[in-house]
Structures are given as C-alpha cells and as structure tokens.
Design a protein around this ligand. Structure first.
Ligand SMILES: [Zn+2]
Length: 882
C-alpha cells in the first residue's frame, strides 16, 4: 500500500489558531486585514496548492489580494487554463473540437469574494480556516476538489473597511460603547454602496473585481458572501426571487438553482436551522458586482448570513413556530430594529415552516463562530458542486457565449450606435469606458455609414450585439420596464429590493440609437476607450481678441478647467478672470449661448501655454473668441464650499464628496459642531447637505450606547445658524431628502407636494424621469431644454403664491404627461408639471433645492451640472463683460 506523505513544506503553515492566538470566530476577537494578508502570504509560501496575487492597492492603499487555490498540477498550467477560459468566453473562431477538448480537460474556474460590507465581517475571518485546510489537508475529499476546480478567492473586496471596522470594534469592545455604530462610511466614498457600483465602475475596488471577471479570468461561478440583519433566517442561499430581468438567459437561472441546492443540502446535512432560499433577493438590479454575472453568462450568487454584533454575540428571545411571514422587512446588514442594541432582540416574526424555509430560526444566541461555520459549509458545498458538475458548467458557459453571438447576428437589436457628436462628449466616453471595463466589445467607425436609413458620421461608436456580453450591453443601454405586480385596493405596492431602472444613456445624457436590422460598416475595435482630447482650438471665427477664450458650458469637464483657473479659495489672486455670459451673443455666424464660459488672463502676457495645459488635463477645448463680447455676465471666484458630514455614515455625502474631488472642487468637511458654532459666512460661500432626512440632520443618533462625541445632529442651534448664514448672503444647497430640512428650517415658500402621499397613490423607488429645464437660469447653464433625472422616493415642489414673486424660480420641471423614461412609477399624475429643482431667495442669500438625485451614485452625469453650477454661482458676482 502506498501512503502519500504530504510535502514537508505544507507542514510549515501554522493553523490559524496558532497564528492568531485564538480560534477563528472566537467571541470579540477579530483578525485584522494585515494579519489576513500575512497569513495568506505564508500559505502561498508553504503550499504548492496556493498562489497569492496582489491585484493592486485599495482606495486607502491597502493590498488588494486574490488567491488561486488548486492542485499543484493545475497551478503548473494556470496560465494555460486562464487562456482556455478566455477562449470559451469568446468563442468566435474556436472550433467545436478544440472547445470540447478544453471542456473535457480543464478544471472549473470559480470566484468567491468576501466582506464587501465591512461590518459583515465573518467571511474574511472564515477564509483563514478555509485556506489552511485547502493547503494542508491531503484527504481524497480535498484532493478531488482541487483536481477539478481552480478556486479564486478574495478574502475581502473592501480591505479599507475591514481595517476601519476592526479598529473601531477593538476601540470599543469591553466598554459601555461596544455597540456604538461606526460614525463614518466603511468605504471612503461609497460605504454600503460599494456594492452598487457594479456597472458605473467608479471605485478602484469594483474595477479590480471586474477586471478579474470579464477581462482576465472569466470564472464560471461567482459567489459573494454577505451578512444580513439579525432577526430573520440564519442564512439565505440562492436561488433568488422575482422579478427576473428579461435579458437573463433561463439557463443561468437554473444553474443558480442547482448550485444553491448544493448549499441548501450541505447546510441541512449538518442539521443547521434557519436556512432559507428563494426570497427577499431578486434577480433584477445590475448594481451589485455579483449580479452583473447574470448578464455575462456567469452564475452570479449571493449568500447572506444573519449578523452578530460584529464579533459580539446577539441574544434573541425565543418564538413559536408558525408566526406569519407577513412583515419581514429585514434590510441587509446588521439591523437591530432601531432599539437599544444591548437588549435581546424580540422573537423572530417569521417562523412559518415552508418548503424553502423548513427549519425556521426560533431565537437564541448567535455568534461570530456560527457565521463562520455556516460560511465554511456553503463554501465547501460550492466547491463540491463545481467539481461534480465541472464539465456541464463549462459546456453551458461555452454554449451561452455562442448563443449570445448568434442572437446578436440576427438583430432585434443588431447594434447600438453612439454618434461621435454629443452634447457632452466626455460623458459619452465615460459611458463607453464603463462598458469596455465590463468586457463589452466596442468599435469605432472611421468613416460615415448608414444603418436603417439613418446616416452616422465618422467618429461614431458601434456596439454590435453579436458578442458574448450582448445581454449586458443591451440591459445597460435600453430602458427598463419593471414588472410591478398590481397591488390590491388601498394596498401599497411591493417594495423593490433596490432601484427599478438605471439606463446609462439617459442618466448620462448620451445620445444612443438602437439599430434593429443588420447593416454593414467599416469598424475598428477600440479598447481602452480614448477620452476626448483638449487644449486650445486653432479654429477661430475671426481674429484674436485680446487673449479672450471661450469654453463650452455643455461639458461636465469644463468644471474641472474652471476650478483650475480659479485656483484655491482665498489663496491670492488667480491668474485668470473667469465669467459666465448671462445673455446669448454672436461670434460671427456662431451663437454663443448664455452660460458660455469666458476666460481672460489678468496680465497682458501670453497665457496660451498654461491654458493649453489645463485644457489637455481637463479634456476640454478653449476657443479664442473671434469677436468682441459685450453684455452682462457673472464673474466667478473660487467658492468656499462646506460639505456637511453627519456622524451617521451617509452614503449620499460620500458620493457627493467623491464627485467634488473628481471635478476639482476644493471643499471643507463640516460636522455638527462646526454648524452649531455659527458665523458660517466667515468661512463659507455655500453649504451642501447631501440627501438625508430632516430628523437625521437635526437629531443624528441618540442613545447612551453611542459614543458621546458622535451623538446628536446639528440641533435647533445649528438650524438657526444655517438660516443666518443664508440670510446674510450664503448659499444653501439641499439635495433630495435634505430639502425638507431646508424648507422647514428657513420657512421657505415651497411645498413638497409628495409629503404625506402614501405609496398606494404615488410610488417611484428609483427610476429615470424626464425633466424640462430653464437653461437661462444660471443653475441650468450648459444643459439642454430636456434631460433626464434620477428619482428615488424624492420630493417634488410647488412654489407657494403669493410669496413667490421675485423669490422662487423653477429650474427643472417634470412634464405635464407621464415623465417615466426607465424603471417604474406609480401615480405619475402626482408629479406631472411639478418642480424637480428650484432656487429661492432668502435674505441676501439663496437656497437651491435639487429634489432628485443630481449626483446619484456618481451615475447621473446628465444632472451633475446643477450641483456644479450651484457651487460656482454661490461665489459669483454680477458684472459686465466687454
Ligand atoms: Zn452585504
């Protein structure tokens, strides 16, 4: 008998318990990211089954790592396996025989990601035990898994948050503030929304995961391990629930079912209670990275385990079987029902025994170790499912990719065309970049062509549908029609899990044409997508005019250039004078619209070199003015911006901050104390409140378990200080929900017409709506008369007579017929002809209420300018330009 001896070097990997000094999942003990990475490095060194790759650095500079775990034989030909996987993913000229050879021979490549949401801390901890066993256990069971699977593992896809949450927890554990929630976002900019960036791809971490999925590895399966609230089931496993999205192939859904059942069975085999599937998490939304797999022929999956209180156990009162599943309402993440988190939770409200929840959780103690155990079980189950179905999964992956190509050749649609000439070419390029990063194949037309009787200029982009990621491109580019089930009389409609529509061309103000029938054109593949060039245009209508340059206000990137030209607030004299012209003028035959940006050097020196540099960096083009300008204008100076940051980790604040940094707006973050201290006019020209409830702004978090320095909101003192700031000449910008605070705090003559309207009458939980703009108002300079805005349970306004004369102005209005463009709206008549954005004078100052999400998850490029203009306008003075 041959007894295999494990390689000596594998024995040098210490067990996690030895390495950490405690067993993984021990109450109140956590491994921090640096320890996790250290352990994985040791595993890679000690074992010929483990490779560690650093894919890059996170937003805050932590290592972002992935392991490849497989048999030594597979790892020896890892690059070949990767290349073969790419062939199956793009089977254009792969002959059937070669495809079948790959399928017969190659292991299944699968990806598991952990702890994108940093308080959902269990899965990162779990990976230590998982990797240790895979590296050191030489049983036939593990050998079989590793022979048949290449297991890609990311121990956390948000390392920064892991560090923040562990440090915060360790600071408070054992004190009276052990349950105090972390007062800032667990991703620098996006917080919990780091899992809503799957198609816009603004953040480093999302881009790294996307690169692995659609450019480098093309895994067959992708599981993202999460945690949910603490008071319902113990674990959710796939399949998911309705609604399904029409652009998903049913084969993907059935494979999700199959893999979900491996997990369901494994949990039942262990006798674990509280296992549920098929509820709560739908197949609809594109935002989470793992969802994106459904449109990329990848089996995207999610698990959600009940949370402890980070690493502290939770007690729940015990309940009885067969309580109605009526009101579940658990949101993702550790929820404590709003009460004192130190008290036991009330008994579970859904204990209805049913086929997809056969052993309901009835309450008791729940610990970090329980989370680790459930997650180990489902991760091994996934490996088993992938190993057992290796060939079938490969075969189906290959078939789906071929099927998408064939479907696209037939047309309906055949292609999407993005004309080269756009209102904002930077936004168009950014949209194409997002698609390119997600693996969509994009082509450039070097010459003009015709499709379905319409001529397209040279320089247009074409996305043919005959490609593996057809379903994805189509789903991002076309309007969504959300299948809302009709509600009974007087009943509120079903609440979608997330938003209902996302169509990027609408959100970004990019013109895109769907072409149904096949056509021919000369096309060149482009990747990466070139961004628009910039500098100084050599074209002038007439002669030069004293070094005066014009810059279009249509481009969002012009804000970057303006911020560069204005310099930092309060830091001496800028080298340029910058104006917005207030009335349209003519430059020869060309109209210069109101809002056009005029740039003049302060000294008589030739500034073309400096300006050219700014133009290239901002990707905008300055045009020398041909004729003499004459008329009224706004003269800009660098605005002093205060951005309010509550201690309640507001994601919309994070997105706002991200956007300000991307477009070069200098800002100061202000907290409750800064607001309450008053005299805000000495420090700021404009104060921005991101979307937040009035109560949240005024009261913040209360409760003696909250660390005292992070309790409360701005309070009545803060509210008065804001009113005084505006009365004396400041600008207040309130986004979406924060407008209620602004209206009430200042007693503005504005009414939110949707206040108190119940969801059975009006309901719009995340959709793209049409808006009409007054682009002669400086707030809407550079915007077309019709555009699209993102509406998410937002307010809509009415200006109250008789106070409105000379006080309030409508800037954006919803049309008089149904404004819905993508997603779902119930009761559109409640919003028809109402206002989406208004400007109100108050004392010597101004209030700007942007009712919709002007900067929604950094996607809504079509309305960024409303925010940018509000900021620049706050420090502008009336002038005459000659
Ligand atoms: Zn989560």
């Amino acid at each position: 008998m041959f007894i295999a001896t494990p390689p000596a070097r594998a024995q040098s990997l210490p067990a996690p318990e030895e390495f950490l000094g405690f067993k993984v999942g021990t109450d109140k003990k956590l491994a921090r990211w640096d320890q996790v990475v250290d352990y994985m490095q040791r595993a890679a060194k000690a074992s010929d089954r483990v490779r560690l790759m650093e894919l890059g650095k996170s937003t805050m500079g932590n290592p972002f790592v992935m392991l490849a775990i497989s048999s030594p034989a597979n790892l020896a030909r890892l690059e070949e396996i990767r290349a073969n996987q790419s062939k199956l993913a793009h089977p254009y000229d792969l002959d059937e025989k070669s495809a079948q050879q790959i399928i017969a021979k190659d292991p299944a490549v699968i990806l598991v990601t952990c702890t994108i949401h940093s308080t959902e801390i269990g899965s990162t901890q779990m990976t230590l035990e998982l990797v240790h066993r895979l590296a050191t256990d030489h049983s036939p069971y593990i050998d079989n898994l590793l022979d048949n699977v290449v297991f890609l593992l990311m121990p956390s896809v948000n390392p920064d948050g892991q560090v923040m949450v562990v440090d915060w927890y360790n600071k408070n554990v054992g004190t009276e503030y052990e349950a105090s929630p972390m007062p800032w976002l667990y991703h620098k900019y996006t917080g919990h929304d780091d899992n809503r960036d799957g198609f816009m791809l603004t953040q480093i971490e999302t881009r790294l995961v996307t690169q692995v999925l659609y450019k480098d590895w093309f895994p067959l399966l992708f599981l993202d391990e999460h945690q949910m609230g603490s008071n319902w089931a113990r674990i959710f496993v796939p399949p998911f629930s309705d609604p399904i999205n029409p652009n998903q192939d049913p084969l993907i859904l059935s494979e999700v079912d199959l893999m979900g059942m491996y997990m369901f069975s494994a949990l039942n085999a262990k006798g674990y209670t509280g296992v549920v599937y098929g509820e709560q998490y739908p197949y609809w939304y594109e935002g989470p990275a793992k969802n994106g797999g459904w449109w990329h022929n990848i089996i995207g999956m999610l698990t959600e385990v009940a949370s402890a209180r980070v690493a502290s156990p939770i007690e729940q009162e015990r309940g009885q079987l067969f309580r109605s599943p009526g009101a579940r309402g658990q949101s993702e993440g550790p929820g404590f029902g709003g009460g004192d988190p130190r008290k036991p939770l009330p008994p579970p409200s859904d204990t209805w025994q049913r086929a997809n929840y056969p052993r309901p959780w009835l309450g008791g103690t729940w610990k970090l170790r329980d989370i680790v155990d459930y997650e180990l079980t489902i991760t091994y189950a996934l490996l088993e499912g992938a190993a057992a179905n290796r060939e079938m999964l490969q075969q189906n992956f290959y078939r789906l990719n071929r099927k998408a190509i064939e479907a696209g050749k037939k047309g309906e649609p055949f292609a999407y065309v993005i004309p080269g000439k756009q209102h904002d070419p930077g936004a168009a390029a950014r949209m194409l970049e997002a698609l390119d990063l997600a693996g969509v194949e994009i082509y450039h037309a070097p010459a003009e062509f015709e499709a379905e009787g319409k001529k397209y200029d040279a320089g247009s982009y074409v996305i043919p549908m005959a490609q593996p990621y057809r379903n994805y491109a189509k789903d991002i580019l076309e309007p969504q029609k959300y299948p809302m089930k009709p509600a009974g009389p007087g009943q509120a409609p079903e609440r979608p899990y997330d938003v209902t529509g996302w169509t990027l061309p609408l959100q970004m103000g990019v013109e895109v044409f769907e072409v149904k029938k096949p056509f021919e054109a000369k096309l060149d593949r482009v990747s990466p997508i070139p961004m628009p060039g910039g500098g100084i245009s050599s074209k002038t209508a007439g002669g030069k005019n004293g070094g005066t340059y014009l810059l279009s206000h249509d481009w969002n990137n012009s804000a970057i250039a303006v911020n560069r030209l204005l310099g930092k607030p309060g830091q001496g004299e800028a080298a340029f004078d910058v104006y917005w012209i207030a009335e349209s003028q003519h430059d020869g035959a060309k109209e210069i619209p109101a809002g056009t940006i005029v740039v003049r050097p302060r000294s008589g020196k030739d500034v073309s070199a400096a300006l050219g540099q700014i133009g290239r960096e901002a990707r905008v083009t300055f045009t020398p003015a041909g004729t003499r300008l004459d008329g009224s204008a706004w003269k800009l100076r660098a605005p002093r911006i205060g951005l309010y940051q509550p201690w309640t980790a507001n994601m919309d604040e994070g997105w706002t901050r991200w956007l300000l940094e991307q477009y070069g707006f200098p800002y100061t973050t202000i907290h409750n104390d800064d607001v309450r201290a008053g005299k805000l006019g000495e420090r700021f020209d404009v104060i921005v409140f991101a979307s937040q409830s009035k109560r949240g702004i005024l009261e913040g978090l209360r409760g003696d378990w909250v660390r005292p320095e992070y309790r409360d909101g701005i309070g009545e003192d803060g509210s008065r200080a804001i009113a005084e700031f505006v009365r004396e000449g400041g600008s207040l910008v309130a986004l979406d929900e924060a407008s209620e605070f602004a209206i009430d705090a200042l007693g503005l003559p504005v009414r939110n017409t949707l206040r108190g309207v119940l969801p059975d009458k009006f309901y719009c939980p995340g959709a793209v709506l049409k808006i009409l703009l007054d682009n002669h108002n400086p707030l809407a300079y550079g915007m077309p008369e019709e555009s699209s805005a993102y509406f998410l349970n937002s307010p809509a306004f009415e200006l109250l007579a008789p106070f409105t004369e000379n006080r309030g102005r409508a800037v954006a209005r919803y049309p008089a017929d149904n404004p819905l463009q993508s997603g779902w709206i119930g009761g559109p008549e409640y919003i028809e002809d109402k206002l989406g954005a208004v400007e109100v004078s108050y004392g010597k100052g101004r209030v700007v209420l942007l009712g919709f999400r002007a900067q929604f998850r950094a996607q809504s490029h079509a309305t960024f300018k409303l925010l940018f203009n509000a900021l620049h306008w706050s420090a502008a003075s009336q002038a005459r330009i000659q």
